[in-house]
Design a protein around this ligand. Structure first.
Ligand code: ATP
Length: 234
């Protein structure tokens, strides 16, 4: 079995002449947590859509959990991938529990697994209230619970902590640390380095569809020729 959960070689994605990804090489090991950092439009979401098999590459080679993502096996592959899109929206009239039961059913998982995930993300007490009454942090935790249904081997999280205050971010990352401890590979995108620098194994920096750097935090400092690093917990 390969040690790598994700392998991208010279991946390009063009939209009618516009280059969203201009030749990306990236490998993510099994059990690694990798931060994908970049400004708006850098190509982070496009990369995740490729990994999910939602859009095809224009050129290059992709392997996700040892398979090409956009094949007839894509549905089976997606069963092993949890995805939390940016700004996820749920039907406000449904309760958190109803929503999670629905996703569990779609993924062929028992309701009980959804109930235990509600506890895991700290929503058990609010699970029977309508989602329209949830705070932003509660909705994000519901989104994470949705992504965790079926115990995926790979988690793709697209800017999951946007709009969360520091306390909620801490709680969110504590759950991710537990998932990683259990062996899940995690790819998490963000605009903010300080949020991820001490929580992830490596940081990939994207700029205009290219990977500008990919290294540990210490490695990035070395590459930049900076001797001193100040740790900031956000
Ligand atoms: P954000 O932080 O704003 O989500 P991002 O890093 O996720 O940005 P992408 O959404 O991957 O960036 O977009 C990369 C570039 O590709 C952007 O310039 C975007 O406008 C363009 N793009 C994305 N999807 C399409 C599409 N379907 N058709 C045309 N252009 C697209």
């Amino acid at each position: 079995m390969s040690e790598n959960a994700i392998e991208l070689q010279s991946v390009e994605k063009h939209y009618r002449g516009f280059t969203a990804l201009g030749g990306v090489d990236l490998t993510i090991e099994r059990g690694e947590m990798l931060a994908l950092l970049g400004h708006n439009g850098a190509g982070k979401t496009t990369l995740m859509k490729i990994l999910l098999g939602l859009t095809r590459v224009s050129a290059g080679r992709v392997r996700v959990l040892e398979q090409p993502p956009a094949t007839s096996g894509a549905v089976a592959l997606r069963a092993h991938i949890g995805f939390l899109p940016e700004n996820v929206v749920f039907a406000g009239g449904m309760t958190g529990r109803e929503i999670l039961h629905m996703f569990a059913r779609l993924k062929g998982q028992p309701r009980a697994s959804a109930d235990s995930l509600l506890e895991r993300v700290g929503l058990a007490g609010a699970a029977d209230g309508p989602v329209r009454t949830y705070s932003k942090g509660m909705r994000q935790r519901l989104g994470l619970a949705q992504a965790l249904i079926g115990s995926p081997r790979l988690l793709l999280l697209d800017e999951p902590t946007t709009g969360l205050d520091p306390t909620l971010r801490q709680a969110f990352y504590a759950i991710l640390a537990d998932m990683q401890h259990e062996g899940t590979t995690i790819l998490i995108s963000s605009h903010v380095l300080t949020e991820l620098e001490t929580r992830t194994d490596r940081i990939a920096i994207m700029n205009r569809g290219k990977l500008a750097a990919c290294n540990t935090l210490d490695g990035l400092y070395r590459e930049a020729g900076l001797p001193v690093r100040v740790r900031v917990e956000v």
